[in-house]
Design a protein around this ligand. Structure first.
Ligand SMILES: [Zn+2]
Length: 358
């Protein structure tokens, strides 16, 4: 059910904010007692203000001290307050993609079980994504349709303004482990911690850290259904992504797909169907961030994936995929094969690329 699965990554900052709030209340109470009055904008009390949902950053939240202190309508902002407001904005734009938070999104999906298109858990995964995206302040819409009698649902979050960039990942998991080393298990479904889970996790964490008022682009974070039923029961790959491409009324400046990026043994090469210049641009950012050992500017695999419908429309599209993953389409594609560091490298690369791109 939507909203029933509150993310388990929140308790840490919440507990921390409660501690800060309690300390602030205690200090405020002492001040009130000693001054004989209740301070309305005491500085310590203002540190409790980040309890609002928009400020859930662990590392930098303690540095953001003044949002509530400037709230009095009768007092013109002093220079100090102006500087502090800028500091708050800087702190918000300095939000960085956090691999551990992203990894929690993998665990949350895995906890829902196998998530093929048309399954209860698949639908709940869509609900979970909607709930998370709305919580991060994105405008969420869905694209629902029937394919071979099965209900398919893409989820799209929109934010920012400017030239249009579309980032995508599939959230369905493969109904059959047809690459499993054990032939007896090849009809079993896969958990898809990496194949499905990792791409969604990167987009969700990007949704948390990208701030709409500072984005220089209109960004869509598209969660595709029905990617991974290809060559099973007469289904092709990329049913959901093809529908998103078909319904576009605006042509994206760039389309970037994130798929199977969480392998703890990460090796992400250029992919052969991707737009070479756009890929070089993104890989160069990874290099600048020091990730050149794992996000490697060399061509290796050529893959049919959710970027193809966009490639076919002539849209510059890139598939960020680590195809050197021995557990691909096996029952062993589980969260113990995925690492927070791998998710973080891809996430920070995309965040930096998005924030710097003109
Ligand atoms: Zn797959």
């Amino acid at each position: 059910m939507p909203g029933s699965r509150m993310p388990r990554h929140q308790p840490y900052p919440v507990v921390r904010l409660i501690v800060i709030a309690l300390a602030a209340i205690a200090v405020a109470a002492v001040l009130a007692w000693s001054a004989g009055t209740v301070p309305s904008t005491a500085t310590p009390a203002s540190t409790a203000a980040p309890a609002s949902p928009s400020v859930t950053v662990p590392a930098s939240s303690t540095a953001m001290r003044l949002p509530a202190a400037t709230s009095s309508p009768t007092v013109a902002p002093s220079p100090a307050q102006t500087v502090s407001s800028q500091a708050v904005i800087t702190a918000q734009t300095a939000l960085r993609f956090n691999g551990r938070r992203a990894y929690q999104f993998v665990l949350d999906q895995e906890a829902l079980g196998i998530r093929p298109t048309g399954s209860d858990a698949g639908w709940k995964t869509g609900d979970y994504i909607i709930s998370q995206m709305e919580g991060f302040g994105w405008e969420v819409s869905t694209q629902e349709f029937l394919y071979l009698g099965v209900r398919v649902r893409n989820v799209i979050g929109k934010g920012g303004a400017g030239p249009f960039i579309l980032l995508g990942a599939h959230y369905d998991t493969r109904p059959a482990a047809d690459q499993d080393p054990d032939p007896a298990r090849r009809s079993e479904p896969i958990l898809g911690a990496n194949d499905g889970g990792s791409g969604v996790a990167v987009l969700l964490e990007l949704a948390r850290v990208l701030k709409h008022d500072t984005l220089k682009h209109e960004v869509w974070l598209a969660f595709f259904d029905a990617e991974d039923r290809g060559r099973l029961d007469g289904w092709p790959f990329s049913v959901g992504a093809r529908e998103t491409a078909r319904r576009l009324t605006l042509r994206p400046q760039a389309m970037v797909l994130v798929d199977m990026v969480g392998d703890a043994d990460q090796n992400i090469y250029y992919e052969g169907n991707s737009h070479p210049r756009l890929a070089a641009e993104i890989w160069a950012v990874a290099g600048e961030l020091g990730y050149g050992d794992t996000i490697i500017p060399q061509l290796k695999h050529t893959i049919t994936d959710d970027h193809i419908p966009f490639v076919e429309m002539g849209i510059p599209a890139v598939d960020i995929i680590d195809f050197d993953y021995p557990y691909w389409h096996t029952t062993r594609d589980t969260s113990d094969k995925v690492s927070a560091d791998s998710l973080e490298r891809v996430g920070r690369t995309l965040q930096t690329w998005l924030e710097e791109k003109e």
